[in-house]
Ligand binder design. Structure first.
Ligand code: ATP
Ligand code: ZN
Length: 283
């Protein structure tokens, strides 16, 4: 049985459970319990505070966990990052008062910076050769400058609206973060095999999200050109239409080049382009 720790409530909770569900793992009872066994996969889920997850995985209390990279690198426990999960995206940034004339990291010299990420901030300052005072606080970091507790802060940012409403502006990005699956170094062979299965499912879910299935009709004399922009998983499927001189082309395209490809396909004479989501994609 693979024991996997996820956040018990907060920003990663829903996404973590949803990911497990998309992997076909059904868990009952949500976060009312400390732990819960899945019905249909040898997994037991532990619901914990995100800050504690690296330690529990390091100690082997849990075999694996889902947590933000920000926490993994701040806690600096020896655990393996198995895969990036594509949610919980944010960045750890230093922010200064809006009206400060900020031009470079050197402007942070001798400032008092409030943060709960003391290790990551200290590493950053060391790397930049800047000497500043780090003031550790555990929550509501963004109000520290406003109440005179600090000159600047180092905290997680996503849209930046929290900074804005607190009269701050982003000055330096220290770390780009997203949720990751981590595992312990001393995981048993049996649990490692379960983790591999889970990883295969996660990759299938992620690949499906990043790709779309595309179907279109094309005149036969344009097929070569059209096929050249639709590599697909191996190569596109091409089948003749009932109408003479036309074929149906089917393939898989990556979200990131999607619109470029569509424009090219149209310019090559493709018609009736249909795009459908993929539920799972096993490579
Ligand atoms: P816990 O009670 O588990 O300690 P928390 O208050 O520390 O929860 P949350 O605010 O729920 O944590 O954030 C959990 C994680 O979500 C963060 O560590 C980070 O990886 C991610 N995250 C994504 N966007 C943001 C954001 N804008 N602000 C804070 N965290 C974010
Ligand atoms: Zn936390």
């Amino acid at each position: 049985m693979l024991k996997i720790a996820i956040q018990k409530s907060g920003r990663l909770y829903e996404h973590s459970l949803h990911l497990l569900q998309e992997c076909g793992i059904e868990i009952n009872n949500g976060n009312r319990q400390l732990k819960s066994v899945a019905f249909n996969f040898p997994v037991e889920v532990y619901f914990l505070r995100d800050d504690d997850i690296p330690q529990y995985v390091y100690d082997g209390v849990a075999d694996a966990g889902i947590v933000g990279e920000n926490i993994v690198y701040e806690k600096n426990k020896e655990v393996d990052v198995v895969s990036k999960l594509g949610f919980g995206r944010c960045r750890l940034s230093i922010a200064v008062p809006k009206n400060m004339n900020y031009t470079s990291v050197d402007d942070l010299k001798d400032l008092k910076i409030a943060t709960s990420y003391t290790n990551l901030l200290q590493n950053f300052l060391n790397k930049k050769n800047v000497n500043a005072e780090i003031h550790e606080i555990s929550g509501s970091v963004e109000i520290a400058p406003g109440i005179g507790l600090a000159d600047a802060i180092c905290d997680l940012v996503s849209s930046g609206s929290t900074l804005f409403t607190n009269g701050l502006k982003e000055a330096e990005v220290i770390l780009q973060s997203e949720a990751v699956l981590i595992s312990g170094k001393n995981i048993s062979a049996e649990n490692n095999a379960i983790l591999d299965k889970l990883r295969l499912r996660i990759n299938a879910v992620k690949a499906a999200k990043n790709n779309k299935y595309i179907m279109l009709n094309a005149p036969n004399n344009q097929l070569k050109k059209i096929a050249s922009v639709l590599p697909g998983m191996k190569s596109p499927t091409i089948v003749p239409l009932a109408e003479e001189g036309w074929s149906s082309v089917q393939s898989v395209v990556n979200e990131s080049d999607f619109w470029d490809i569509i424009e090219k396909l149209k310019s090559y004479g493709a018609e009736g382009i249909l795009v459908v989501p993929i539920e799972k994609m096993i490579l």
